[in-house]
Design a protein around this ligand. Structure first.
Ligand code: 5RP
Length: 230
């Protein structure tokens, strides 16, 4: 008789890393919470130990709604000091812990909460691990009046920027801004790239997380959860 174990689906891998992240939650403290389908698994897992944490600082209206619905208190980032840990997903992560984020349009608040935290624990399925950033269209949050000018700056770099749409209208972020998704970029030096694009007038936040890189990645693989440390 063969003993074949069926491969885990991407959704099951997300559940696995969402649960694995609980070991980084410090009892009695406030935890930084990211955004996305992987983080939703973490929030669901966090609900099972909610009596052991003080609450969360959230990176989006969507995560806030999920946290509150599960009975987890949500604090304003301005009302708390440094957080021990921030837990979030990624669209891409390289072997040094640099990430592309913002597929869920929450990159600006994600970067703020990450900057407020001592440790960034990235939770991701193995499809997110890349040799070099740049295959996933890079999200950039922009102030609407700067959209076309910022898009032209990306064109000059060899990229193609597309305004993200929702229901036939430009998507509006939690901060009231728009998102450009940029393809065709070679992000060979993520730190320098992030610093450069952040300085362009009208850019609110670029989705490269190199200054706020992950310190740990819990990667969901066919062999289980792998822990990568950077
Ligand atoms: C949201 C993000 C998410 O972390 C990223 O898009 C990954 O999402 P998912 O866990 O759904 O794959 O940056 O702005």
């Amino acid at each position: 008789m063969t003993n074949l174990i069926p491969a885990l689906t991407q959704d099951e891998l997300k559940t696995l890393v969402g649960h694995a992240a609980l070991r980084y939650v410090v009892p009695g403290e406030i935890v930084g919470v990211g955004t996305g389908s992987t983080v939703n698994k973490f929030i669901d897992a966090l609900a099972t130990i909610k009596d052991q944490v003080k609450g969360a600082v959230s990176s989006s209206e969507a995560s806030t709604a999920r946290l509150l619905a599960l009975g987890i208190a949500v604090f304003d980032a301005n009302d708390v000091g440094e957080l021990a840990v921030y837990i979030d997903g990624a669209d891409e992560i390289d072997h040094r812990g640099h990430m592309v984020k913002g597929g869920g349009a929450a990159l600006t608040r994600e970067k703020i909460v990450a900057a407020q935290s001592r440790q960034f624990v990235c939770i991701a399925d193995e499809s997110k691990l890349v040799q070099a950033l740049g295959q996933f269209p890079l999200p950039v949050e922009v102030i609407p009046m700067a959209t076309n000018r910022v898009a032209r700056q990306f064109t000059a770099m060899g990229g193609t920027a597309t305004l993200r749409m929702k229901d036939g209208q430009p998507l509006v972020t939690d901060n009231g801004q728009h998102i450009l998704d940029v393809t065709g970029l070679q992000i060979t030096d993520p730190l320098a790239f992030e610093s450069q694009v952040n300085q362009w007038p009208g850019v609110v936040c670029v989705g490269v997380f190199a200054h706020q890189k992950a310190s740990v990645c819990l990667l969901g693989t066919a062999q289980g959860v792998k822990t990568l440390e950077f």
